[in-house]
Structure formats: C-alpha cells, structure tokens
Design a protein around this ligand. Structure first.
Ligand code: CO
Ligand code: CO
Length: 306
C-alpha cells in the first residue's frame, strides 16, 4: 500500500509491480440539479476527479445507484445513467458494472480505478516554497447550487454552472503532469482554504491573491443575500484560524465555499511555470496562477488583495 486512509488523500494507491500501482476511489451524492442527465454527468465527473488529482489515469468504473423506481420511474434513472456513461466514455474509461439499491432519496456516483507509476503519484503534501499555485475551475459552485435550490438562479447562470461542474479534470491533469508538479488535489467539500490546508499542513505557508482567483460572478450577490450552503459556514468556522486575510468583504466567504466537482489545485516548480502555461494553453485548459507557496508563516494561508 502506497497511500491509505491516513493522509486525507483523494484516493488510495496500491502497488502491483514496480511500474504499476492502482488508484481507487468512490464518490456519490444526492441530486444538485433538476435535470437527471446533467446530474449523472456531474456525479461522474466528480468521482473521476480524485483519480485525476492523484496524477493517475482512470481505467475502469462501477455505477453506484440509490433510486426509487416507484417514485421517479425508469426514464429518470435512464437519464442519470446516460449522463454518467457519457462522461465515462469521454474519459476513455470502461464501465464494468455496478449496483443499485431501492432508496427514497436518489444518489448516484462511481467507484473508479485508475493506474499510475508508483513513483509518480501526486500527493496533496509536498509543495515547496516558491512553487506556483494553480487552480483550474472557478469557485462558487456551492453558493450557486444554494441559489438553484432557492429558485433564484437564471437559466444562463445554471447553464454555465452545470457545464463547469460536468467538465472532466482530464486535460487539467494532463497539463499538470506535463511539468514538475510537487503536489496536488482537487477542490471539493472543504473549499479552497480547506484543501490548501491539506497541502501546506504545518510545514509551509501559501499566499493567494483575490484578483487572480476565478469565481462565478453570480456568487457575489448570492453570498451577500445569504445564499450560502451550511458547509461554507462550517468550513469558515473550522479553517479561519489558519487564514490571515487582507480582504474583509464577501470574497472572504468564497474561499470557504464547498465545491462540487471543483478544479485541480496544484503546485508547480517556478522554473517550469512558463512551460506549464504554454502546455495548458495548447491543451485548452482553463487555469489561473492564484498564488505562491512560502516558507513562512508555516501552516498559514494569506489572502492578499493583489
Ligand atoms: Co478530492
Ligand atoms: Co473524494
């Protein structure tokens, strides 16, 4: 076993030979959008993301379904699965089977197995002072999902939100692996700050810049009007002691927002940054360099204005 349950890693890693280790993960959740086809795509993209975050290539998947046929009917289930299968195909992954349980509350996701060279696993720890911090999707999905539940998010905003959440982190992972990446993870339930804390632990620090961090513009007004998920406040209460902030307004909330199918977050050696930027542009990967790792203050995340 190379990676087990201790290090809060994105997935487990088990060495088979000197060249091959398998990477395994499972992830599923309740519907976040009304459209079952989009829900299936988002749940699958989210489950695959932990494999990409480890620097691995996903190979096989199993469906995990909780569904009430009596309540919602076969056509809805078919659409959820179709969404999942479309993403599995786009990822170049083989669907081997799955399991379904009769359940009043719908849940869908995947168990995914990938492969990686045992010495090339990307862990969340290992960033060095001076490394550039890169993020590949905008923040604010938790806030916008709360807006969907409150039925105040417009069609266009919903559309751009679901497109981002359904986007695979495949190309982002390929760009990450094209240079010397010291550490990486994906931004999910603990928000940007929570996952950054997993990267720095008490060993190093990091500074992030408000004017470089991508976020959905709708998140501003929604957060100001109190449309924020419970997880945002839980993250803020838990992680705020690790944050030194020059920013006191709404933006402070966005860095704690729990993400669904969020982007990759990783540390690239500074001398490799120009090459990364070139590769990412060629591969059409959306990304922003949002900050830099520091030797001091250890264990702290500094949010600067610019
Ligand atoms: Co993860
Ligand atoms: Co996970």
């Amino acid at each position: 076993m190379i990676v087990g349950i201790e290090g809060f890693e994105d997935a487990g890693v088990y060495k088979i030979t000197d060249e091959i280790a398998i990477v395994q993960t499972i992830d599923f959740f309740t519907p976040i959008v009304d459209d079952p086809y989009w829900f299936g795509q988002i749940a699958a993209a989210n489950a695959l993301s932990d494999i990409y975050a480890m620097g691995a290539v996903p190979k096989t998947a199993l469906n995990m379904v909780c569904f009430s046929m009596k309540r919602f009917g076969a056509p809805v289930l078919k659409e959820i699965i179709r969404g999942g299968v479309d993403k599995i195909r786009e990822a170049g992954v083989s669907l081997l089977g799955g399991h379904s349980v009769d359940d009043e509350e719908t849940k869908y996701g995947l168990s995914v197995t990938g492969i990686v060279h045992p010495e090339k696993v990307i862990l969340n720890e290992g960033a060095l002072p001076g490394d550039a911090l890169i993020l590949t999707k905008p923040l604010g999905t938790g806030i916008l999902n709360t807006g969907i539940k409150g039925k105040i998010l417009g069609e266009d905003s919903i559309r751009s939100l679901v497109e981002v959440m359904a986007r695979l982190n495949k190309k982002a992972s390929e760009a990450m692996l094209s240079v010397r990446t010291h550490a990486g993870t994906d931004v999910t339930g603990f928000g940007l700050v929570g996952h950054l804390k997993e990267m720095i632990r008490e060993s190093i620090g990091v500074e992030i810049f408000r004017d470089r961090i991508p976020y959905f513009p709708e998140a501003v007004e929604l957060a100001q009007s109190g449309f924020a998920p419970g997880g945002l406040y839980r993250n803020r209460d838990f992680y705020k002691v690790h944050v030194i902030s020059e920013v006191q307004d709404f933006f402070y909330d966005i860095i704690f927002d729990p993400q669904t199918s969020g982007g990759l977050l990783f540390a690239v050696a500074p001398e490799d940054l120009p090459e990364f930027e070139k590769n990412a542009a060629r591969m059409e990967v959306d990304f922003r360099v949002i900050g830099k790792f520091l030797s001091e203050p250890k264990g702290k995340i500094i949010l600067r204005e610019q």
